[in-house]
Each structure stands twice: as structure tokens, then as C-alpha cells.
Design a binder for this molecule. Structure first.
Ligand code: G3H
Ligand code: 13P
Ligand code: NA
Ligand code: ZN
Length: 304
């Protein structure tokens, strides 16, 4: 059976480590990540965006996860909705067997965010499903919606968790989604984290936490890609965030880049190949290697 987010994050909080939450859209990404969890004996959060649910028609996703739990009963696996938009989406996921959901109403004013989030908490908790919510705005897409980046205010965070009863809270400390996070040196308000944690006593979540490995970026561009210079969150500030109270770290972009780099290299070096197993298989292995490194870096390894 799947674990809940609350179960794995409460353990992580006690053990001073974080559990990576890795987005997937297909079987090879899931296998790559679950194999890394099995190799490193790590609990793992598999998360699906609304786009991923649409892409996999939900059923493929849920049954692939079921296969993962059957093959790896020794690994705590959470199935989590990433950036849920409303109660309807949450209901569909709970009915389909998700053990955790995020409701992201962070673009609304504070009271409205509280109201929408509490409604989801009241619903999900009846079924033992965990809830993550967000306070503040990340850069990039969220910034485009609201017109400004708003870092999470620690006193508001305290009120927010009291008024909603969420199991964990996503905070905004200067990261953004996607590959293009920073133009120069990464600037992150990691100092906010211990203060927010002290006031909320809840496991904290960091979105937009891909590191955008420069070797993979170079591989993509060497073999025909045209990704502009991109920078992500280095490992050191992530480790500092974990010490401060972050227990869930969201990574999607790095997995996307990892598969793309490997596939581009194979297409370039072995242009006669046309069996999908001959490029998706190596892409899956590259994913395992990269995610296993994250599991070591986040100190998740050994906690399954
Ligand atoms: O937060 C966004 C995740 O990286 C998922 O992205 O909506 O393109 O599936 P997506
Ligand atoms: P990245 O784009 O940095 O991988 O962030 C993913 C994320 O926050 C998903 O919710
Ligand atoms: Na937000
Ligand atoms: Zn996110």
C-alpha cells in the first residue's frame, strides 16, 4: 500500500532529512525514480501535476504506481497531487487512490487561500489523505500571475497552519519553477526557513528546487539541443534548508533534462537506432543515477 505524505514527512522531520518529491509523466520516469529509491533505501514521493494526470489519463498513472508498490513493498511510496487547483481536482485524485494532495491557492488573498485550503483539508482528512498548501509566490510563472514575488511571511504562516490544519506548508524563499531560475548568483532567503519552522512546527516544502546540472545542460546542447544558459538551486542551500525544517523538496526539471540529454546523445551517436527501448532504457538508467544522487544529498538514503 502507499504511504501518506504525513507519515513520511513526520519521520523526515524527526530524522532531520528531506524526502524528494519527483514529478513523473511516464513509466520510464517512474521506474527510474523508484529504482533509485530501492537502491538507496529511500522513502519517495511521486507527484503528478494536472498536466501529468491528463497525459496519463489518470488510470495509467495509478496502475503504474500500484505496480511500483507491488515490486517494492520495502519502500514507502507516496502518490501526491502537485499544484492542485480546486476541490474538484482533489476529489478526483482521492477517489483514484492518491494518498496526498497539494491545494495551491497561494495566488489568492490570504483569507481566500485559508478558506479554499481548509475546505480541502476537511475533505481529504476524512479519507486519511494528507494536504500540502502554499503561502507566498515563487518566481517565474507564479510571478506572472500575481505580478510580484512575495516571500512567505513567518507570522502569516503560523496563522495559516492554525486556521487550515494542513500537514505541511510550501514556502516561497526565492526559487521558481523550470530551468531558468537565476541569471547570475542564486539569491535565496534560506534564513526565513528556521523562523517559519519555529512558528509553524510543520514540515516545510520547497518548490522549484531543481539544480539544473550544468553537465546535463552541456550534454543537451552538445547533441543538438538549444537550451539557453540556465541555472538552478545548488545542493548547498538545499541542505541548509533541510537543516532549517524543509522536509519535502520538489524536483521535476532535472528529471526532464536528464532524459532529454541521454536521448539526444543516443540519437546523435547512434542514428540508426529506432527501438524505443534503446533510448528510453538508458534514459531511465540516467534518471536512476541522478535521482540517487539527490537521495544522498537530501539525506533520504537509508531511511526506507
Ligand atoms: O510545478 C510544475 C511541475 O514542474 C509540473 O509541470 O504542469 O508542466 O506538468 P507541468
Ligand atoms: P523544478 O522546476 O525546479 O523541478 O520544480 C518542480 C516543482 O516545484 C514541482 O512542483
Ligand atoms: Na504561490
Ligand atoms: Zn511546484
Amino acid at each position: 500500500p502507499l504511504a501518506t505524505l504525513k507519515q513520511v514527512l513526520d519521520e523526515a522531520k524527526k530524522g532531520h532529512y528531506a524526502v524528494g518529491a519527483y514529478n513523473i509523466n511516464n513509466m520510464e520516469q517512474l521506474q527510474g525514480i523508484v529504482n533509485a529509491a530501492a537502491q538507496t533505501k529511500s522513502p519517495v514521493i511521486i507527484q503528478a501535476s494536472r498536466g501529468a494526470i491528463k497525459y496519463t489519463e489518470m488510470n495509467y498513472l495509478v496502475h503504474l504506481i500500484k505496480a511500483a508498490t507491488e515490486l517494492h513493498p520495502e519502500i514507502p511510496i507516496v502518490l501526491h497531487l502537485d499544484h492542485g487547483d480546486n476541490l474538484e481536482t482533489v476529489k478526483k485524485c482521492v477517489e483514484a487512490g492518491f494518498t496526498s494532495v497539494m491545494i495551491d491557492a497561494s495566488h489568492h488573498p490570504f483569507e481566500e487561500n485559508v478558506r479554499i485550503t481548509k475546505e480541502v483539508v476537511d475533505y481529504a482528512h476524512q479519507f486519511g489523505v494528507s494536504v500540502e498548501a502554499e503561502l507566498g509566490t515563487l518566481g517565474g510563472v507564479e510571478e506572472d500571475i500575481t505580478g510580484t514575488v512575495k516571500l512567505t511571511d513567518p507570522d502569516q504562516a503560523k496563522l495559516f497552519v492554525e486556521q487550515t490544519g494542513v500537514d505541511c506548508l510550501a514556502v516561497a524563499i526565492g526559487t521558481s519553477h523550470g530551468a531558468y531560475k537565476f541569471k547570475a548568483e542564486p539569491v535565496l532567503a534560506t534564513d526565513l526557513i528556521p523562523t517559519i519552522y519555529e512558528k509553524t512546527q510543520k514540515p516545510l516544502v520547497m518548490h522549484g528546487s531543481s539544480s539544473v546540472p550544468q553537465d546535463i545542460l552541456a550534454q543537451i546542447n552538445k547533441f543538438g539541443g538549444q537550451m539557453p544558459a540556465a541555472q538552478g538551486v545548488p545542493i548547498a542551500p538545499l541542505q541548509k534548508a533541510i537543516e532549517g525544517g524543509v522536509a519535502k523538496i520538489n524536483v521535476d526539471t532535472d528529471s526532464r533534462m536528464c532524459m532529454t540529454g541521454t536521448i539526444r546523445q543516443i540519437f546523435h551517436e547512434q542514428p540508426t537506432k529506432f527501438d524505443p527501448r534503446e533510448y528510453l532504457g538508458p534514459a531511465r538508467e540516467a534518471t536512476t543515477k541522478m535521482i540517487a544522487e539527490r537521495m544522498q544529498a537530501f539525506k533520504t538514503a537509508g531511511h526506507a
